[in-house]
Design a protein around this ligand. Structure first.
Ligand SMILES: Nc1ncnc2c1ncn2[C@@H]1O[C@H](COP(=O)(O)OP(=O)(O)OP(=O)(O)O)[C@@H](O)[C@H]1O
Length: 757
């Protein structure tokens, strides 16, 4: 609408030509603090709540689908005089400034042709690789842009040219002499020639970059909203911003500051286009198992809620083209989930989505889905990370479920009025969806999960410009605490990204503690910095651009949250195989260590030394260490020190027993040998006795022959002498072999002689 409106106007009003004389001069009333009159905060009772719906809730447990929603409960809240948004605290603050984007034909989910597994044919596949990526690649356009805008934006003395605005004429009327008193009053020097004063603004088409998230984890997008009525009334078309293309924008004060970002969405960028560039890839990231976060930053009235939520009235029956990122993200998410489940039915793929909605206000966390739960506590768990204790979670399956939760949460959201805007959101809201998927493959159950945080921050305007007093001042201070900590955390993260060792003060505020994964942690994060182009908000716009510039340098470390450990059967099988393998290794290790230790300890024991050193390791073991399996072998030896110690003890006992057995065996052997010797001796004695008997028989025979006169006495004596000599020899041999006999014989002789004497 705005585009067509501007096209129509452009014929009548030349660029840089003010609509009326008032636009061409500096409005003396121009001060940034001037705000439109306040709206009253809508009473929650005005709002149709779905408490009536019987929507079931859970704390830490997921409600069953069955008890969840009645059809009527999920109906879009009716407009009661105000638009639905105004009822929920997201009222149009600047009527008539709405960016009526071209007809949004995309409300129909079927417009998103869904791919199988992370991509589609018509839309670019943006499913990131399942690899661990750290930071951003140096070749990214982000990096190239950071060269010129790494720290404080570069200052240029050149006055902005009107080249970006075709046919633009130099601005008229604002003399350099006069400058911009409003801006100057806030210390922002503006020269008359630096102010962009056009009715028509250039229209830059955002470029979809599906490959961005493959190598990057943080993306920064600037969204410039159209001028609103109040701004036009006060400052006409005087702008502090001049966009050059879809990635760079200049803040045009007296000293121009040029910034480059991943994307710069101009005033005419539609919600649909923004979703394609910023929202759709977030969904794909989540489906791929990456935690994802989108947060909207900017001063009050800059368009954060318009971006994140937009127009949600009649979402279920007649979705508005102005609906924002949140409803579009869930439309696309549920369409993708249904398609994936269908395509991968054989893998039994199922998704489960659970949502929660909270508010951080005055550093206190309130459950927006159960406002009786206030001052909730943040906890940190090794497994789950940071979480809010007792926060209600609802299972969601359709966009209507989401709408129902958003409506309920919005009704409870504290919106306080300040003189910064007719209505001013003074709290931070965080809508979270945990997406879990489960599928089976190769008898293994795979689990994947991702956390999607959609954050609408409170206005970032400085406290002193808000005109806050009393309670409001306290509020503003608390809001500032979270936002100033956010700024501080980002500054520290930039240092960390540059290699410095810094403590990151996440715990200094609820917001940064809760979002710590999204800031420098395990998440793919999209930061949408919303700005007003009006010269009325020049200082805040510059501040937001600088914030975004710093945020661009954050390095996150997103990883796929996946668990493919499998089911019990598969695990048991794996345990069984591992046990077998361990047993084999143990056996090898024991046999090696037995031979090794006996060799070493044998020596050590003998030498009385301690356990052996490496150089004492026998060759066999060294070969094992040096060989192909050496490191494994060595690892086993090293890893099983305790086992080795118990083996050593066992071995020492065994060795001791073996030595005892050895000794007793040797004794037995000696006994056997002794016995054998005795046997042999006995045999020899027997032999000797037999010989003696033979000698005696022969002697008897010779004597009988002598008595019978068969042999002469001389012959007898000769034969007798020979026989006795033989007998004597035999006895000598016997005496030599048996010292005991000899001793007894000698003793015997001695005693005989003694008797004789
Ligand atoms: N891109 C845009 N196109 C058209 N209208 C817009 C755009 N951005 C913001 N607006 C309008 O500007 C007004 C203020 O926007 P919005 O409420 O989103 O600001 P905000 O930053 O959320 O403010 P607060 O911090 O107070 O919540 C709204 O009426 C909204 O419709």
């Amino acid at each position: 609408m705005l585009r067509s409106y501007m096209r129509k106007k452009s014929n009548e009003e030349m660029e840089n030509v003010p609509l009326n004389p008032k636009d061409s001069i500096v409005n003396p009333n121009f001060v940034q603090g001037i705000r439109a009159p306040l709206h009253t905060i809508p009473e929650p009772t005005q709002i149709l709540l779905e408490e009536e719906s019987g929507y079931s809730k859970s704390k830490h447990t997921t409600p069953t689908k069955g008890g969840k929603t009645s059809g009527s409960a999920l109906r879009t809240p009716e407009k009661l005089g105000f638009s639905a948004r105004s009822k929920f605290g997201w009222a149009n603050k600047n009527e008539g400034t709405k960016n009526a984007a071209a007809d949004d034909a995309t409300h129909n989910l079927h417009q998103f042709p869904v791919s199988s597994r992370g991509g589609n044919n018509n839309l670019p596949s943006v499913t990131p690789r399942s690899v661990r990526t750290v930071g951003r690649s140096t070749t990214s356009h982000s990096e190239s842009s950071s060269i010129s805008t790494f720290s404080t934006p570069t200052k240029s003395v050149t006055k902005p040219t009107a080249s970006a605005f075709s046919g633009a004429r130099p601005p008229m009327s604002i003399g350099a002499r006069f400058g911009n008193p409003g801006a100057l009053s806030k210390g922002i020097p503006f020269s008359s020639t630096s102010v962009v004063n056009t009715v028509q603004v250039p229209d830059f088409e955002l470029k979809e970059d599906p490959s961005f998230w493959m190598d990057h984890n943080v993306q920064v997008l600037i969204r410039v909203r159209p001028l609103n009525n109040m701004e036009r009334e006060q400052q006409g078309y005087n702008r502090c911003l001049k966009q050059e293309n879809a990635q760079s924008i200049s803040w045009v004060g007296q000293q121009e500051a040029r910034f480059t970002f991943d994307h710069v969405a101009c005033e005419t960028t539609s919600q649909e286009m923004l979703f394609r560039v910023a929202g759709l890839p977030m969904v794909e990231n989540c489906l791929s198992g990456y935690n994802s976060c989108m947060f909207a930053y900017g001063q009050t009235g800059s368009g954060k809620t318009h971006t994140m939520l937009g127009e949600i009235a009649d979402l279920d029956v007649n979705p508005s083209p102005d609906r924002g990122m949140t409803p579009r993200i869930f439309e696309f998410l549920f369409a993708r989930i249904r398609a994936e489940e269908e395509i991968r039915r054989d893998e039994k793929l199922t998704y489960n989505c659970k949502c929660s909605f909270l508010e951080i206000y005055n550093e206190q966390i309130t459950d927006l889905l159960d406002p009786s739960c206030t001052n909730l506590l943040l906890r940190e768990d090794m497994k789950t990370g940071v979480y809010v204790e007792n926060l209600t979670e609802f299972e969601v399956n359709t966009v209507n479920d989401i709408l129902c939760l958003l409506t309920r949460g919005a009704a409870n959201r504290k919106v306080a009025a300040t003189n910064m805007n007719r209505e001013s959101s003074r709290s931070h809201s965080v809508f979270t969806c945990v997406i879990e998927s489960r599928w089976e493959k190769d008898s293994t159950t795979n689990l994947r999960f991702a956390r999607l945080n959609l954050v609408d921050l409170a206005g970032s305007e400085r406290q002193k410009t808000s005109g806050a007093e009393g309670e409001r001042l306290k509020e503003a201070a608390s809001i500032n605490k979270s936002l100033s900590t956010l700024g501080h955390v980002i500054m520290v993260l930039v240092d960390v990204a540059q290699g410095k060792q810094r403590h990151i003060p996440y715990r200094d505020s609820r917001l940064t503690f809760l979002l710590q994964d999204s800031l420098g942690g395990n998440s793919k994060t999209m930061i949408i910095a919303n700005v007003s182009p009006s010269i009325c908000s020049a200082a805040e716009t510059l501040s937001t651009l600088k914030f975004a510039q710093r945020a661009k340098l954050i390095q996150n470390n997103a990883i796929v949250n996946e668990d493919a450990s499998g089911n019990v059967m598969a695990l048991q099988h794996q345990i069984h195989l591992l046990k077998e393998e361990l047993a084999v290794l143990k056996r090898q290790n024991v046999s090696r260590s037995l031979s090794y230790r006996s060799a070493i300890f044998g020596d050590a024991n003998r030498k009385g030394t301690d356990a052996p050193h490496d150089q004492d390791i026998p060759d066999m073991v060294l070969e094992c260490v040096d060989g192909s399996q050496g490191s494994a072998c060595l690892d086993i030896v090293r890893l099983s020190t305790r086992q080795m110690q118990s083996l050593e003890t066992t071995l020492t006992g065994a060795l001791r027993r073996e030595q005892m057995a050895d000794t007793s065996m040797k004794q037995l052997e000696a006994e056997i040998a002794q016995l054998n010797r005795l046997v042999r001796q006995r045999e020899e004695d027997t032999q000797c006795t037999k010989m003696m008997l033979k000698f005696r028989e022969d002697k008897i025979q010779r004597m009988e022959s002598l008595v019978g006169g068969l042999i002469p006495s001389d012959a007898y004596l000769l034969e007798e002498t020979d026989a006795l000599s033989e007998e004597l020899k035999l006895l000598r041999v016997r005496a030599d072999r048996n010292p005991e006999v000899t001793r007894f014989a000698l003793e015997n002789i001695r005693l005989l002689e003694k008797i004789r004497k």
